[in-house]
Design a protein around this ligand. Sequence first.
Ligand code: AMP
Ligand code: GLY
Length: 426
Amino acid sequence: MIHILLIGSGGREHAFAQALAKSPNCKQLYIMPGNAGTSQHGINVSIDVNQFHLVGQFCLDNQISLLVVGPEDPLVKGLRDFFMADPKLAGIAFVGPDKAGAQMEGSKDWSKKFMQKYGIPTAAYQTFTQNTLEEGLAYLENHSLPIVLKADGLAAGKGVLICHSVEEAQAELKEMIAAQKFGSASEKVVVEEFLQGIELSVFVLCDGKNYVLLPSAKDYKRIGEGDTGLNTGGMGAISPVPFANAAFLQKVETQIVSKTLAGLQAEGIHYVGFIFVGLMNVNGEPKVIEYNSRMGDPETEVVLPRIQNDMVELMMAAGTGKLNEVKIEIDERTAVTVMLVSKGYPEVFERGKVMSGMDSVVGSTLFHAGTKLSEAGELLSNGGRVMAITSLGSNIQEALNLSLQNAERISYENKYYRKDIGFEFL
Ligand code: AMP
Ligand code: GLY
């Protein structure tokens, strides 16, 4: 029976909070900062995660023996490094990579170089900076269309541009590098070949030496049905992905996952935590689009409900180098999650709408993404993405139907959601 700290505040963290709290090994769960949903499973703590010394002191004061980090930001900034450098904190089982490992997500240039060095299939690329801008503009002249431009650093999910003409790409490259369109994140820009295919994600949990493969998932990023309109953080997800059969996943494991882990070890990076591998299935061949140093959101809301292992045991095994003792048990059913969002999202959106009907939901699990409790105890919307509704079924249609029925039962002003999650497989 242990005390656990979970960092983050979205639907992903609500899914982790639920899974951790239901383990008989969890004595007390704290979520920093959490949301209204996570407070059903533990105590929300309002400490600024960027104040590493305050996080450390909280862990000491509350006998934390397991720390699980949801979002990338504190990892890229070095939260793990801070803990490992302090003898009083280094003994805490910490699930999340150090600064060096988080470069997988924090620098696209670094991850492209890494993939090239270790022979991991990915799109061809070149990186340009202020000093090589003229070369970059010339390089674009002969590039096949469309052209993918990626800001090197973290750009809140907005740093990837797909340009359909050389002129557009040249103008954008100048904007990104010379005019710092994404601030310092676009001081370096990766110019990359466009990959044609269907995207999916696989998730790997690592303990520094061993790894386990978690279920595959696919998210639906566009705001509109039929994958139209602006990109969002994710409007829904499915797991498993129908075409990710055993043969395809075998290719992912041998050509990508094991080479990635071997590469990290060769680089001297002791990677503890999740690797989210964003893939394109190009005519049956998996190629890496990106790495993230965390789980996806809303992918977590379909992946965790299918994992039958005790989540505290699984996280402890990852945090203490014992994943070789673990076998992942997966529910064979299909999970679908549908995200309820606020009017205006992903641009300026509404907040503070009173929510009702959660008690009438039957057969689905609700994961709060952006909610809070008012002083009077009412549940209020408090984010662009408000609540994920996850259902299990014998196929996508069955799980989707259940989530959609329950989406109707939840009310708040100007509720919006996509009704076509998983559409290309129906
Ligand atoms: P990212 O921010 O790296 O997740 O990229 C955002 C989205 O851009 C991805 O989910 C893909 O849909 C798309 N994308 C990124 N790189 C490529 C590529 N090389 N070819 C085609 N689409 C891409
Ligand atoms: N749903 C995509 C992500 O978490 O990056």
